[in-house]
Design a binder for this molecule. Structure first.
Ligand SMILES: C[S@@+](CC[C@H](N)C(=O)[O-])C[C@H]1O[C@@H](n2cnc3c(N)ncnc32)[C@H](O)[C@@H]1O
Length: 307
């Protein structure tokens, strides 16, 4: 019977040959998946024997990874903001950069709830995640707000063009016990005017330039192209959302939009053109890159006397 160390060595060489730049990590995660344990158990028990069934599952996973499939799809799980999300080809694998969007959106909601006295019976803060994908943003927000005891004061909604993605998002919401706390719907960006008046819009929409798509790592080809391709300049979908904001956002509402690390200048220009008189701040991620554009009408920012 093969031992953990031998299988890891075989896996690492196989994945290195196939071009993986994270061969060791991938092999450890995939062996842990085959054994149904976590990665630390694999690292701690390198002398342990591995049964034939687990060895065969590991081999099958190596075949998929060597063909370029992302580890997250093979494992069927991805950690995001400390939570486990089910992932598969129905939606984009959540990226660590998006945790910044979640943090800023949570802060914005908390500021609204705590910043001024809220008389009993105040309407909930209305928040929508546009392009929910597998649910990383909306579901994490719901979990974080529940931990703060604030979920009852927030009405959360989420849209996507893709019914497949919405179905995965619903599954993740149920898995995190917030399935009944998010109103999911199919929509092209924001839903119709009858739901206007959003206090907070959060969106991680596609922003990869079309010409860059073929140059992405092969793993990205397993993800839905509609989740990544942002048109010729990468900002086609975000630009359409900007056009919807004046009618859709409450007077003092705010939109937080994830952008590519090299898109700040283009995004600012687009905001000036489509939202004249609005404020546009760009927040950076942990790597120091511009990552989240924050848009609101002038005179409604937190520090403004008119707010
Ligand atoms: C970059 S993925 C983000 C998914 C998820 N929010 C996350 O952060 O992991 C973009 C998502 O936007 C959706 N999308 C693309 N165009 C859209 C549109 N016009 N209206 C609504 N959703 C759209 C895609 O289907 C995809 O699920």
């Amino acid at each position: 019977m093969a031992r953990v160390r031998e299988l890891l060595d075989i896996g690492i060489s196989r994945l290195r040959e196939s071009g993986s730049e994270t061969a060791r990590l991938d092999a450890e995660l995939l062996l842990a998946h085959a054994l149904d344990v976590d990665r630390t158990a694999v690292l701690a028990h390198t002398d342990a024997p591995v049964g034939d069934g687990a060895a065969a599952r590991f081999q099958a996973s190596l075949d998929r990874r060597a063909a370029g499939e992302p580890v997250a799809y093979i494992r069927g799980i991805k950690e995001f903001h400390g939570l486990a999300f089910g992932v598969d080809a129905r939606a984009l694998i959540p990226r660590p950069e998006t945790e910044r969007l979640v943090e800023l959106t949570e802060l914005e909601i908390v500021r609204r709830l705590l910043g001024a006295p809220r008389p009993a019976g105040s309407p909930p803060v209305r928040v929508i995640d546009v392009g929910v994908g597998g649910g990383a943003v909306a579901v994490t927000l719901a979990v974080l707000l529940r931990r703060r005891g604030m979920l009852d004061e927030v009405a959360l909604a989420a849209t996507d063009l893709s019914d497949d993605a919405l179905q995965l998002a619903r599954e993740n919401a149920v898995a995190h016990a917030v399935g009944d706390r998010i109103a999911f719907s199919t929509a092209d960006l924001l839903p119709g005017s009858e739901t206007a008046g959003w206090d907070v819009v959060a969106a991680n929409l596609p922003y990869v330039r079309s010409a860059v798509m073929p140059t992405l790592p092969i793993a990205a080809s397993f993800e839905p192209a509609t989740a990544l391709d942002g048109g010729p300049d990468g900002l086609a979908v975000i630009g359409r959302l900007l056009e919807q904001l004046p009618d859709a956002l409450a007077t003092d509402g705010v939109a937080l939009l994830e952008i590519g690390g090299d898109q700040e200048t283009e995004l600012r220009a687009l905001a000036t053109e489509r939202l004249p008189g609005w404020l546009c701040e760009v927040e950076r991620d942990l790597g120091g890159l511009p990552r989240v554009a924050v848009l609101r009408r002038e005179g409604t920012d937190a520090t403004s006397p008119a707010a």
